[in-house]
Design a protein around this ligand. Sequence first.
Ligand code: PMT
Length: 406
Amino acid sequence: MQTLINKRILLGVTGGIAAYKSAELVRLLQEQGSEVRVVMTKAATEFITPLTLQALSQNPVYTELLDTESESAMSHITLARWADLVLISPATSNFIAQLAGGHANDLLTTICLAAQCPLAIAPAMNQAMWGNSSTKDNCKTLLERGLHFFGPADGLQACGEEGSGRLLDLESIVNGISSVFETGALTGKHVVITAGPTREAIDPVRFISNHSSGKQGYALAEAALEAGARVTLVSGPTNIEAPRQAQVIQVDSAEEMYVEVQKLILDTDIFIGVAAVADYRPKTVPERKIKKSEVASNATWLLELVRNRDILQSVSNSPNRPFTVGFAAETDNVIGNARDKLTHKNLDMIIANKVGDTTVGFNSDNNRTTVLWKDDQQELPIMSKAAVSSKIIALIAEAILKDKDG
Ligand code: PMT
């Protein structure tokens, strides 16, 4: 189940007898490569101890909203931002009612209200409670709001009654979560993504580069795969693992990236330029290491640089161009500069992100972006690069569909 690799799942455990199964659920999610953090309601702690879930998840378990120590370590807002998906399992009738009512009276309900990522519910309760029209109305409300429901299952219940209300078997819950990430919105499309930094050689041992880690580009590759696309990553040097199903072409310099992208253009439906491509490279690169004594003066070394070709612009200006998306890394006038690039580089969409702040942008796990296109823009709050990527892929799929219909 490739889709759960590196996903951050926030597991919310509420107070029902099926809470004991959350220990196994944590393990199953981790086996699929997900990172799991657990939040428990007070009632849940009567059924299974936080210590058990802490030991299994290898992360602190959060239970209190108004606890200064845990809030300063990871606040409810930080937890909500951290998650790629919030799964409530088991979800009691009471918790479902609170969610439907928009309550924020404990840590878990507050996180659910603050979360921008998908929310999934695995209900577990007595069959009569599940069949009650209040519960049905609450579930209808949550379904209409786009929450995902897994189960409940039918069968013998802990209370000795038989009927619908048992927690769905854990493998099916894990499969369900995986399918939330698999949207199929780009099935049949070939997506080419540039990612990471480029290295511009000065001599055989020195180069000019930047702080790009490749995280944002690789997360987009993952999101495009989850949307059913075939993905080619043209990547500068990074230390992170590329999604297994992506075809990866490794390059070093902007010029190499340019050449590899040209070979792919005719077979590309969507091009996303995430790479932090060096705008300039040293004019000449000697075959042997430059000695300090060779440069004009020991105190200063003037390097002559020449402009690299613009990869993104070459794609957007190609005949039968693919849907072309750029990124704009800006330190100031973020939106204005990004909109200029959208126009000058002849793009269908551009994603603006502020750089120069260590919590977002270069090398961080989170990003705060604004997606801009010709006649509109959408600001996305700070969230994980995986969650940002799912949103961007969904917006691209929507724009392509609109183009086709319009
Ligand atoms: O890799 P991470 O650590 O996760 O960081 C992600 C990121 C900050 C690198 C990423 O989100 C980002 O902003 N990428 C674009 C960085 C950049 O080079 O921005 P730019 O404003 O200089 O370039 C604008 C666009 O033109 C980009 O899509 C860039 O890929 C493209 N470009 C630029 C120059 C060039 N010669 N060829 C290009 O294709």
